[in-house]
Design a binder for this molecule. Structure first.
Ligand SMILES: [Zn+2]
Length: 273
């Protein structure tokens, strides 16, 4: 499942592909979004927004009157290309196109036309997102600070904090030496402030580079004289998908376990706090 940085990057890329004011061709070759697409057809994309793993495309002339709410889920994919768009396959849920480019959305969990009020309701049920300027980290800490649940599970709970997925949760806990099984209520405000600030920096870099890198400069392959990581996702990490490999810092074995329905990775030696 894509993490929040991917969705914020998509919001930027959709906005960059279609300058405000240009009426778009909006279609649903697959048919599942056909009625809504017909309503939006020949309307400009006014603005884009992201909160956690939710993407919003606002259509309208002077202000976004209607929003397309997209959640990619596990299988959703977005492809960008130059005009002319190729004939669409019947897997394309939503195609936006103008004279210079097109964007296809396939296989999302959600692709729905919603009102401003419905959009607000989505924001209201999500926790603060480190990539949003309006995010309030104290709100997340209030929920974490009264919970007996492990910090590793809380970081994956989108109602507590939005946009963090399996890679960022494992990596940020490693970077702060925090045992993933510690209860949320044992995380001090100072620790939470440090985790939050780190997520803001790491996830912003993720948006910029469109991939997740979490190792500090002294732990890059070049600095350590080690081979770079080989993985579909790219990016240099400390523990994610490194089960049974030696820790970059202590040399101990990275461990893995199931936590909150996803594989957790951590170094028991470096994460004792
Ligand atoms: Zn270690």
């Amino acid at each position: 499942m894509p993490e929040g940085h991917t969705i914020h990057r998509l919001a930027e890329d959709y906005a960059a592909a279609f300058p405000a004011g240009t009426p778009l061709r909006v279609t649903s070759p697959q048919g599942k979004f056909a009625d809504a697409a017909a309503l939006l057809d020949r309307t400009p994309l006014h603005t884009t927004d992201a909160h956690g793993k939710h993407l919003f495309l606002g259509f309208g002339d002077a202000e976004p009157a209607e929003w397309v709410h997209i959640h990619l889920g596990l299988f959703g994919k977005v492809t960008f290309g130059p005009a002319p768009a190729p004939p669409p396959t019947d897997t394309v849920r939503l195609r936006l196109a103008d004279a210079t480019s097109y964007v296809d959305l396939r296989g999302p969990t959600t692709c729905a036309l919603i009102t401003d009020g419905e959009k607000r309701a989505v924001h209201d049920r999500l926790g603060p997102d480190p990539l949003r300027p309006d995010a309030d980290p104290a709100l997340a800490h209030r929920r974490i600070g009264r919970s007996r649940t492990t910090i590793a599970a809380l970081l994956m709970d989108q109602k507590v904090i939005a946009g963090v997925g399996n890679v960022y949760r494992a990596e940020v806990l490693f970077r702060h030496g925090i045992d993933p099984y510690r209860a949320g209520r044992d995380i001090t405000p100072a620790e939470w402030d440090a985790i939050w600030a780190d997520l803001v920096a790491l996830m912003r870099e993720g948006v910029r580079n469109n991939r997740i890198d979490t190792v500090r400069p002294e732990h890059t392959p070049e600095a350590m004289g080690r081979p770079p990581r080989v993985d579909d996702h790219g990016g240099e990490v400390y523990v994610y998908r490194r089960a049974h490999l030696p820790c970059h810092i202590c040399g101990g074995e990275i461990r893995t376990a199931d936590l909150a329905a996803r594989n957790l990775f951590w170094c028991p030696e470096c994460q004792r706090r």
